[in-house]
Design a protein around this ligand. Structure first.
Ligand code: BEZ
Ligand code: FE
Length: 282
């Protein structure tokens, strides 16, 4: 038995773990304690700084509600969400890449007819989004559900402004037919700041970081037997592409929006989603 000391701190804590502890949980907690103690030692944290850290985490928890998840924002802005995503969603080359889900997805959006609009308030620059859902060989995937959501031209999702925007504004689900094609009308998305009126916003300001995300359209694509894709397409040339506050941008997801000469919309954007089977090895 060894009493606690600065030198043996992590080891002393970890030897207390009980024999019957779940193996995976033991692995995670042992490593967490080791890294946490190493970090505290490396920066020689002061009493005041540790107090500040506890206060920050307390305020982060207190900021959470049914409509606000400040811990996810913290994970997003520290790059942890994208790292967890990268580790868990390695895919073969050619498959559509994942990115963060973000806090504004809402389950069970209305299922709309192909070609229908998702924009219910008639604001913004209209845009035709279209493309195909295919497998790695280019074969169309029928019965794929494409769940889409975006902010409005002022940079807010409907759930952020329940009194100002119609319910389900800029959201909808579309189901592909045998040709795997999808199309719908939305707006050309605009860049917006993540909610920065809480502890995470204060942290960003103190780090000299801005809270902006480059303009993007969210997509969640599912189909039986295939791995779900959680992704966005980003508007090329957006000034925040290289400094997305949640690190969500990937080269393959940047899309050129083209002016529409002939169609009923001002813009159009094409993107094909490439899905892989559940069981495929990356
Ligand atoms: C979003 O794109 O909706 C989002 C993602 C991460 C944090 C905040 C917002
Ligand atoms: Fe978003």
């Amino acid at each position: 038995m060894e009493y606690f000391s600065e030198e043996a701190s992590a080891q002393v804590v970890n030897t207390r773990i009980g024999d019957g502890t779940d193996v995976r949980f033991r692995t995670i907690m042992t490593s967490l304690v080791e890294h946490l103690h190493a970090f505290i030692k490396e920066v020689e944290i002061t009493d005041a700084e540790w107090g500040e850290a506890i206060d920050f985490l307390t305020r982060t928890g207190q900021m959470c509600s049914e409509h606000r998840q400040e811990f996810i924002l913290l994970s997003d802005t520290l790059g942890v969400s994208m790292l967890v995503d990268a580790i868990n969603h390695r895919r073969p080359s050619g498959a559509t890449e994942n990115t963060v889900l973000g806090p504004f997805h809402v389950c069970d959006a209305p299922i709309r007819r192909m070609g229908e609009t998702i924009t219910l308030e008639g604001k913004g620059e209209s845009c035709l989004f279209q493309g195909r859902v295919v497998d790695l060989h280019g074969n169309p995937i029928a019965q794929a559900t494409i769940d889409v959501w975006s902010d409005n031209p002022e940079g807010f999702y409907d759930v952020q402004q329940p009194d100002l925007q119609p319910r389900w504004n800029n959201r909808g689900r579309f189901i592909t037919g045998d040709d795997g094609r999808y199309c719908f009308i939305g707006i050309k998305p605009v860049s917006y700041p993540i909610p920065d009126d809480g502890p995470v916003g204060q942290m960003l300001a103190r780090l000299g970081r801005h809270p902006w995300r480059p303009a993007h359209m969210h997509f969640l694509v599912t189909a039986p037997g295939l791995r779900r894709i959680v992704t966005h397409t980003f508007v090329a040339n957006d000034p925040y592409l290289e400094s997305d506050t949640v690190f969500g941008v990937k080269n393959t997801l940047v899309q050129h929006f083209r002016r529409c000469a002939e169609a009923n919309t001002e813009w159009q954007a094409e993107f094909d989603f490439v899905m892989v089977p559940e069981e495929i090895l990356s």
